[in-house]
Design a protein around this ligand. Structure first.
Ligand SMILES: Nc1nc2c(ncn2[C@@H]2O[C@H](COP(=O)(O)OP(=O)(O)OP(=O)(O)O)[C@@H](O)[C@H]2O)c(=O)[nH]1
Ligand SMILES: [Mg+2]
Length: 579
């Protein structure tokens, strides 16, 4: 799941960069933020799974200048964190280790991943993907042992540069200390953040900083209202911190001395897995909406391909299989039959050929060469290639229409370019496969001739009258010439001798059998063309085109890939069902 969230995040990033002007960039940015948070929270889960007994993590978070660093110093009773009147002063997550040693927290590097741990003094504004850990040896009355994090703000103009570090620190936290000043507590950014954090279920405390004496009850009431509008969990404890004109450092109230230790007892790392699910569940549909929209477009495309293929097959039937003048395959079977019969009357005519070709000529004429020659002169192949070309023209037109529609315009536009780019390849592959089909299908033609031959053996009268016909000999010679590459298949059909033979057989007692065998052959042919060429080649190549859309512009996460991830969500995670 972590990998999938990372992939989704990466695709959203690319898309926002590439197509920021076309997409709803605000909602894309929001989703990226949610994905960064989720990724960090899942990393925490992995970190906890690898080593469950981790020190408590408390993060002090809030908008800029709210007094986060000041509060960290108040809690630590010492000026460890740097404080400044300039907005966006803290730009790295800075951890202070209490009751534990920074060396015991080395494992945190696994959580922070590409973020590098540095000494606090080495943190620089040049590089944001760093964090620091500092040992605190003093005894601190307000804090349980663990790591107290000072974090950068999430609302200043520059905050986008170091947002990921803030989110990493926030997602890591077992306890959240939200610091807001009286000027900032109503800011949308604060409540957006609190809404985003709800599924993480972190015990929270709010520090209301820079208060004027006497104003706290009104502000706390207003805070509560905001909280209840934003979140469905209980309004947390508020610690009012009065503005200190002289010292610039407020005091932590004595009556809240144990507050953070009490909250620490509520932390239950065993619930992490369930909370991860809550988080993913909250956003899943929304994150995947554009992915699903691509799937829907791909389905529409599949529908267009399917009906174009269906149309192509109908054209093939109309213009070849059922066309009285174009259909040549059965004639070929008849030609094969004549050769099989080896009619005595043709012996003389064949002599010439036999002289050149060592007998038996059927063996000599290697199957492949003969078939290749027949394929080269095939009208069927010309027609099949025309049908494929027509199909692609038709689909290109339909794609143009789709580009005009409002839905998924870029997807269709890009698919159109992919089709243009791949058109020649598709046609070439189709053409090569058509030859392969045709050569292979000669096998069926020869089997059909074999069937007819056996049937003729049972019909001595027809056989004899065939043999008695002078024209039969001519036809056999023509058939042989076809084998040797002397004429094309199409010439065969129109050779008067062949026409006579066909008529003779059709009108004989073999007539209905002949008809049946012809229908059989056609149905095998229709099936072979459909499976090997239209579905197996054209259909497949065209259906796969959307996969070739650039991941710079499209999510391009396939439906099976998504299904596998959703399955993971349902199955794993300690038997809890998510979706
Ligand atoms: N006088 C006075 N100043 C305060 C008080 N609390 C905070 N400040 C001042 O407010 C300014 C900002 O405080 P910081 O603690 O640096 O605020 P921050 O939230 O860490 O700000 P960033 O790191 O920039 O996001 C500093 O100049 C502090 O001295 C207070 O109670 N009294
Ligand atoms: Mg600060």
């Amino acid at each position: 799941m972590l990998e999938f969230i990372q992939l989704l995040n990466q695709r959203y990033h690319l898309l926002l960069n590439q197509r920021g002007h076309e997409v709803d960039s605000l909602s894309y940015q929001q989703r990226i933020d949610q994905l960064i948070l989720t990724e960090a929270f899942l990393r925490k889960g992995q970190w906890l799974t690898a080593a469950p007994a981790q020190p408590l993590q408390i993060a002090v978070i809030g908008p800029t200048q709210a007094g986060k660093s000041t509060l960290v110093n108040v809690l630590l009773k010492h000026d460890f964190a740097d404080v400044s009147p300039l907005a966006g002063h803290t730009v790295h997550a800075q951890g202070f280790c209490l009751g534990i040693n920074a060396l015991d927290c080395q494992d945190l590097q696994r959580y922070f991943g590409r973020f590098q741990q540095l000494q606090k003094a080495d943190l620089s504004r040049e590089r944001f993907d760093c964090y620091s850990l500092t040992d605190i040896t003093e005894d601190i009355p307000y804090l349980p042992s663990g790591v107290l994090w000072d974090t950068p703000d999430f609302d200043s103009i520059d905050a986008t540069d170091y947002k990921e570090g803030v989110i990493r620190a926030i997602a890591l936290a077992d306890i959240i200390v939200l610091v807001v000043s009286k000027e900032k507590y109503a800011d949308q950014s604060v409540w957006d953040m609190m809404a985003a954090l709800e599924p993480l279920h972190q015990p929270t405390v709010i520090c209301l900083n820079k208060l004027n004496a006497g104003s706290e009850s009104v502000l706390i009431g207003s805070l509560k209202e905001k909280w209840q509008l934003t979140r469905s969990d209980k309004f947390p404890e508020v610690v009012p911190l009065l503005y200190q004109r002289q010292t610039t450092v407020p005091d932590w109230p004595e009556n809240q001395r144990d507050l953070l230790s009490i909250l620490a007892r509520k932390v239950d790392p065993k619930k992490q897995a369930r909370f991860e699910q809550d988080l993913i569940k909250k956003y899943w549909q929304d994150w995947l909406a554009p992915v699903i929209a691509e799937h829907q477009a791909a389905q529409v495309w599949q529908g267009l391909v399917d009906s174009a293929i269906k149309q192509a097959l109908e054209n093939y039937q109309r213009d070849y299989l059922n066309h009285p003048r174009h259909y040549e395959t059965f004639q070929q079977a008849l030609a094969e039959l004549l050769i099989l019969l080896e009619i005595p009357g043709i012996a003389g005519i064949l002599t010439g050929a036999r002289k050149v070709l060592t007998w038996p000529f059927r063996k000599m004429m290697t199957l492949g060469r003969k078939r290749q020659h027949i394929a080269d002169s095939s009208h069927e192949l010309v027609l099949l290639n025309q049908i494929a070309e027509h199909l692609i023209i038709q689909l290109t037109d339909q794609l143009m229409d789709k580009v005009e529609e409002a839905q998924q315009r870029t997807w269709w536009k890009d698919l159109n370019s992919v089709l243009r780019r791949k058109r020649e390849n598709v046609l070439q592959e189709f053409s090569a496969n058509a030859v392969k089909y045709h050569v292979n299908f000669q096998q069926n033609v020869e089997e059909t001739a074999g069937q007819l031959y056996h049937k003729l053996q049972e019909q001595p009268f027809v056989l004899n009258s065939l043999r008695a016909t002078r024209v039969t000999a001519d036809a056999a010679a023509i058939a042989l010439t076809l084998h040797m590459g002397g004429i094309g298949v199409h010439d065969l059909i129109f050779a008067p001798a062949m026409l006579t033979i066909t008529t003779l057989l059709t009108e004989s007692a073999m007539g209905s059998y002949l008809h049946k065998v012809e229908l059989d052959l056609k149905s095998q042919q229709l099936n072979a063309v459909n499976q090997a060429l239209f579905l197996g080649c054209l259909g497949k190549l065209l259906s796969n085109l959307p996969e070739q859309l650039s991941t710079m512009n499209h999510f391009n996460i396939s439906a099976p890939q998504l299904k596998a991830v959703e399955q993971q969500l349902i199955e794993k995670r300690h038997g809890l069902r998510l979706l």
